[in-house]
Design a protein around this ligand. Sequence first.
Ligand SMILES: [Zn+2]
Length: 328
Amino acid sequence: MRSVVLQQPSAGAVQRSPFPITAVQLLWTGPAGGLHIGFVREKRSTVWTPVTPGCPCGGDRAADPAASSRHQALVLGDESRVFELRHPQSIDVLSAVVVDTVHGPPRTGLASTGRPTDRGGAAAVEEPFRAFRSLDIVRRADWGAQETKATASRDFSPVQALTVHHTATPANDPDPVRTLRTIHELHAVHNGWGDIGYHFLVDPSGRIYEGRSSGTATPGHNAAGEIVGGFHTAGFNTGNIGIALLGTMTDRPPAAPALRSLTRLLAGLARAHGIDPQAGIMYANPVTGAASRILALDGHGGRTSTECPGARTDMELLRQAVADELGA
Ligand SMILES: [Zn+2]
């Protein structure tokens, strides 16, 4: 795993990476639409792809670069080393981070997924966590998280809300684990968040992955059942569990297995934290001092102005499905 920042890549100029590119994170200001990227392959014409803004996850403090009106997107590469950008003058591309995920530590095999209780460790809160603990969750070691790059200090808080995202990466992603590792690299190293911003991620096959490290045997949580602070919804991170669907739900809905796993995960978390998935709450953020009336379970776009988690993620249906799961 390696990554390099290309500052202020200008349109029309050829951008060169020192290694084969498996992904590029683009950060720009100006209109959301109009930016195109083309990977250049020898003796083949460049295929231009429109770049659309992804989940603008970020921290709670205004100084966080992603908390402003900038757009960011993650584009998967084809292992070429050269690309070009094309955009109108109204767009200013601030940076392109090129990533190579091929040369990270080997994965230890996804067959070895474990239920949270399988790993032992402290578990002060037992009964409400029963459904959550029954879920198969791919632990960080099993998806190849580079722990040396997870440098964040950990603050834990009681859970107030649950928030759904999409990663805005290709719907037909051939390797979701590689994408997950890319997101970890970008969030931990280049966005300065010390680790991946989301607490959990779900791939199209329904596999659930542990996101941000809790440092305990229980994904996301400490022994008291509190959640580690994430970086996924600017202004709403404290006590808010962020779950990202891998893929883009703009034109097509989440795959059925992903939706099933997401529902079970949300229901497990709702039960663990005593959350009514269909209720409105007064969310209070001790970091910013702000309080706002929000739905306890909602998409990123229900908290801040963003397309995330995509128009085809039907939050109303999801709230109902989670309520049904809790009642079952
Ligand atoms: Zn989001």
